[in-house]
Design a protein around this ligand. Sequence first.
Ligand SMILES: Nc1ncnc2c1ncn2[C@@H]1O[C@H](COP(=O)(O)OP(=O)(O)OP(=O)(O)O)[C@@H](O)[C@H]1O
Ligand SMILES: [Mg+2]
Length: 327
Amino acid sequence: MLKEILREYEAYRLEQYDMLKQREAEVLAALPELAGLRQSLVSSLAQKARSLILNPQETHEEEEAQDRISEIKQKEKELLLANGYPENYLTLHYRCPDCRDTGYVGELIKEKCSCLIQQLVERSYRYSELSGLDKENFDTFDADVFPDLPLPGTNLTQKEYMKQLKNVLWKYQEEYPHNSKKNLLFTGKTGLGKTFLLNCLAKAILDKGGTVLKITSYNLFEHLFRSGFSDSEAEPLMIKESIFKVDALIIDDLGTETRRNNFTAEELFNILNERYLQRKHTFLSTNLSLADLREYYSDRVTSRLFDVQNTMIIRFQGRDIRLKRTR
Ligand SMILES: Nc1ncnc2c1ncn2[C@@H]1O[C@H](COP(=O)(O)OP(=O)(O)OP(=O)(O)O)[C@@H](O)[C@H]1O
Ligand SMILES: [Mg+2]
C-alpha cells in the first residue's frame, strides 16, 4: 500500500516535471531573451557550487553568486509577467508544499508527511467512513430538520439547542488544534444528529490540513481484534498505526462493538491514554448513558472519558428525527 502511494507520488512529480519542461520550451520559443537568462543562471549556480567546495570558509564569493542568482530569478519573473505569463509559470507546482510531493519531511530524520499519512488512512481503511463528508458538513447543517418542541430541563426547543450546539462546535473547529479540551463525547439516543456533527468536525479538520480517521466502534475493534492474530497482514497494522498517529480519531457508535471481556476495555484505554499523552484529539459518540458507559468499560476508561479537564461531554436530547421523516 505504501509503495503504491509512493509510486503515485513519483508519477505525479514526473508528470509535473514534464509539464514544466513543456512550458519552458514554449516560453523559450516565444521569448528568446529567456535563453540568455537561463544561461547566466546555470553559470552562477555552477560558480556557487564551486566556491562552496573549493573555499567553504570564504563566504564572500558564494554570497555574490547567490545575489546574482536571486537577481536573475527576479528578472525572469518580470519577463514572464511583462509577456502575460503567470510569474510561477516556470516553477514546479506541488500538491503538498511541505514535502514537495515526496511524502516525507525532515532533513536528517525523514518522517512521513501528513499528506502521506492521510492517504494511508483513507486507503488502508476499506470502509472509508470519510466518504459522506460532502453531504454532511457545517455548510449543509440544517437546523430545520429538528423539531421546534421544548426540551425538558432547558428553556430551549430542540431546534434552538442544536443551533447553539452547532455554534459551539464551529468555534471548536476554529480553535482547533489549540483547544484546551482534546476530547469530545457525544451521548444521546438514536437519530439526534450525533454522527452528522462528527462529520462536520471531520470535514473541517481535513480542510485545515489535519489527518482524520473516522471509524465505527464496531469496525475499530474488529480490526484490532483481528490484527491480534494476523500480524502478517500489512493492512490491519496500518490501521493500528493510524489510530495513534492521526490528529483526530473519531469513534462513532461506541458501545456497538462486539464485547470481548477485557479486550475491548483494555484496547480502548490504550487508545484514549496514548492519545491523551500525545495531546491528540479524540471524538466519540455513543447511545449509552454515562451510567451505562461506567458499567460497560473499566474505571480506567471512564476516568479518561469523563475527565472534564480534557473532555467536553455533550448531551443530545429530544425526538428522533429519522422517525419524523419516515412517517
Ligand atoms: N444538522 C443536520 N442537518 C441535516 N440533516 C441532519 C442533521 N443532523 C442529522 N441529520 C440527518 O438525520 C439523520 C440522523 O442523524 P445522525 O445519523 O447524525 O443521528 P445519530 O445521533 O448519529 O443517530 P445514531 O445514534 O442512530 O447513530 C441522518 O440521516 C442525518 O443525515
Ligand atoms: Mg450515528
